[in-house]
Write a protein that binds this ligand. Structure first.
Ligand SMILES: [Zn+2]
Length: 273
């Protein structure tokens, strides 16, 4: 009996966590039935590394983008550098981009003015990247933490031109509804398996089968029984088992739905050589 196939739609494969055993990580993913991996970028160097991995390995795809937590290190205008990368046949989206207010400068000895500047720079880089996405007709992988209202407000002017996925979704079902009403998607990580992850399981239960994708966000957020260890794409298997349970569907149904959703959302998953 062939095992159900899944994708890891959000993995940080360019991180140094994997340099020592990269090929083993890929082999374990393949053995677990995880056939397509999207390496998610966090800055320009990371974008180039993700593309290099995608060029080298047939099952790996890349995003390009600048993470909000690194926004203070971003160039004034990130658009020219990004535009050079977006047409690559294996660049499937812009990401991860968004806003992150989790560790504001004021919580680390900074002032309220530092917070304002920090948020402004994040908003500026986010807007520039949404512009590039709209012009290149690429979808976006959205990161937000403690910043949902601002993030949601900032995507509004672009919501007709681009679509996005709110990755590592962990918000209320009201916010889920707002995202789905826009025609956007969410994706779920290993948090769904955590003992204290009931709110995530509630969100999964409330998300139609064709409106979400699966991801690890590795090396972070390893699912049970690997919680606390380094995460890797093979663990989508554990995530899929919990999600199938919550949805009351078979792994085969979940495989078909989530892979079809990912291939619609990231069309280059199908067309890339
Ligand atoms: Zn990530």
């Amino acid at each position: 009996m062939s095992q159900p196939v899944f994708f890891d739609t959000h993995a940080h494969l360019d991180y140094p966590d994997y340099t020592a055993d990269f090929n083993d990580v890929l082999a374990r993913a393949a053995a677990a039935g995880i056939t397509k991996l999207i390496s998610i970028a966090t800055d320009l160097e990371s974008s180039r590394r993700a593309i290099a991995l995608a060029e080298k390995h047939s099952g790996i795809y890349a995003t390009v983008g600048w993470h909000p937590s690194n926004a203070h290190e971003a160039p004034e205008d990130i658009r020219p550098a990004l535009r050079e990368l977006v047409n690559h046949p294996k660049v499937v989206a812009i990401g991860e981009i968004g806003l992150d207010y989790y560790r504001l400068p004021s919580t680390q000895g900074g002032t309220a003015e530092d917070d304002v500047r920090y948020k402004q720079k994040q908003a500026e880089i986010f807007r520039q990247q949404l512009e590039v996405a709209a012009a290149a007709r690429l979808n976006c992988v959205i990161h937000q933490r403690s910043s949902f209202a601002d993030t949601f407000a900032q995507i509004q002017p672009f919501a007709r031109q681009v679509r996005g996925v709110f990755h590592c979704f962990g918000e209320s079902t009201d916010r889920l509804r707002q995202i789905l009403d826009l025609g956007w998607l969410v994706s779920y990580t290993g948090i769904v398996t955590f003992k204290n992850g009931q709110n995530i399981r509630d969100a999964v239960a409330a998300t139609p089968l064709d409106r979400f994708m699966l991801e690890t966000d590795c090396p972070y957020l390893a699912p049970v029984p690997y919680r606390g260890k380094r995460c890797e794409p093979a663990y989508v298997k554990e995530i899929s088992e919990t999600v199938a349970q919550v949805k009351g569907c078979s792994l085969e149904e979940l495989s078909q739905a989530t892979c079809a959703t990912a291939e619609r959302f990231f069309p280059k998953l199908k067309t890339a050589p």
